[in-house]
Design a protein around this ligand. Structure first.
Ligand SMILES: [Mg+2]
Length: 371
């Protein structure tokens, strides 16, 4: 079996309401799929993260087609570990000089998922089986992407679909954060699980002040209170915060996770497999976290392919908490697959289809393709 083609499709969806975070906002959803074809006719697909900045897709198209494609053509797609190392070691030097190792991890992520998808199809088994088999029958999800403007209809719809856990975006000033926390807690009730995400908005001093104020809302965790690279600051928070500290969507590769874990800088790890190297690397990261008895809660703010890959990992790997799911409307999550993901009582259930189980809706791809 040989890889005969490597392609990337960029998708762009206009938003009627911008999605805001403490660091900025998106007026369009940008998303990208990496497609691999083989000489046997089996194909594979994966998602590579291109959410920010909005022109990021130009780099990704070039990295996949000029950087990764020549390393993959003619290779056996079943040699996942070998190809992962070939891509990583083949381009790490130039990306270090570029000062942008994270972009390489993001690009490899898309290829990695497509390789697992091909392997599952070739062996006629779901990817979670290749990752060690079913550890969890269902994956409980939490609704994210809420705030700073709260939309009662979105929250109501999540409650109706069985969501029992919610995450609010904070870092918009004490007054608005506190008002939103109060409102959201009232809307979801005292029994529901609540978390907050500051998207790296604070420094240690401010984070401790805010977390001490907000702890009364009974929070499961506070995510990225301070910049991801300030591991000493994270350790200070882990030691002093009344609420567990989560992070990892902006940490790349197992070496960097190991540094954060060994430094006791996180209570919960949140790798994103569309960013940090795909299924192989994220499985390693979750296993590494288990050495410190640290649970994982996989980050996900992408399309249905990345979400599906994430669910395969969460199905197979022990130590998971809730799975993040963006609560805002998104055709690339809701309509990209011909058959929607099974979701009931706030949990995802995977099918037993071979590979990732992705059947893309070509009409949706055509409608949102962008170049
Ligand atoms: Mg986050």
């Amino acid at each position: 079996m040989k890889i005969t083609e490597v392609k990337i499709t960029v998708l762009r969806v206009p938003l009627s309401e911008p999605i805001k975070a403490s660091f900025g906002y998106m007026t369009h959803r940008m998303s990208a799929l990496v497609h691999l074809a083989t000489d046997t006719g089996i194909t594979g697909v994966g998602e590579t993260w291109i959410n920010f900045p909005y022109w990021n897709y130009k780099e990704r198209v070039t990295t996949v087609t000029d950087g990764l494609r020549p390393l993959l053509l003619g290779e056996d797609p079943l040699r996942i570990n070998y190809l992962w190392e070939k891509m990583y070691s083949g381009l790490l030097g130039p990306f270090r000089q570029y000062g942008c190792e994270s972009a390489l991890f993001q690009a490899i992520s898309g290829v990695d998922q497509a390789l697992w998808d091909i392997a599952g199809k070739e062996l006629n088994t779901p990817v979670y089986q290749l990752l060690g088999g079913k550890y969890n029958d269902r994956i409980p999800a939490y609704a994210s992407g809420l705030g700073p403007k709260l939309f009662p209809d979105i929250i109501e719809s999540c409650l109706n679909r069985g969501y029992r856990a919610f995450k609010l975006k904070v870092g918009f000033g004490e007054e608005l954060d506190e008002q939103n926390l109060k409102t959201l807690r009232e809307m979801i009730g005292d029994d529901a699980t609540l978390m907050i995400d500051a998207n790296q908005a604070w420094d240690v001093k401010e984070a401790l002040a805010r977390i001490n104020d907000y702890a009364k809302y009974n929070l499961l965790f506070v995510e990225e209170p301070i910049p991801a690279r300030d591991l000493a600051g994270y350790r200070e928070l882990v030691e002093n915060s009344p609420v567990p500290i989560a992070g990892g969507e902006n940490i790349y590769g197992k070496e960097n996770f190991k540094t954060a874990l060994a430094n006791r800088s996180l209570d919960i790890v949140q790798p994103d497999l569309t960013k940090t190297g795909g299924l192989k690397e994220t499985r390693d990261i979750c296993s590494l976290a288990a050495c410190w008895r640290i649970p994982y809660a996989l980050h996900m703010f992408g399309n249905a392919v990345g979400l599906l890959s994430t669910l395969h990992l969460a199905t197979a790997v022990p130590g998971g908490l809730y799975q993040e799911t963006d609560a805002n409307p998104n055709p690339l999550r809701e309509e990209l697959l011909s058959e929607p993901l099974k979701f009931a009582d706030g949990c995802f259930y995977l099918s037993e289809k071979p590979g990732l189980g992705v059947e893309l809706n070509d009409d949706v791809i055509r409608e949102y393709s962008y170049s």
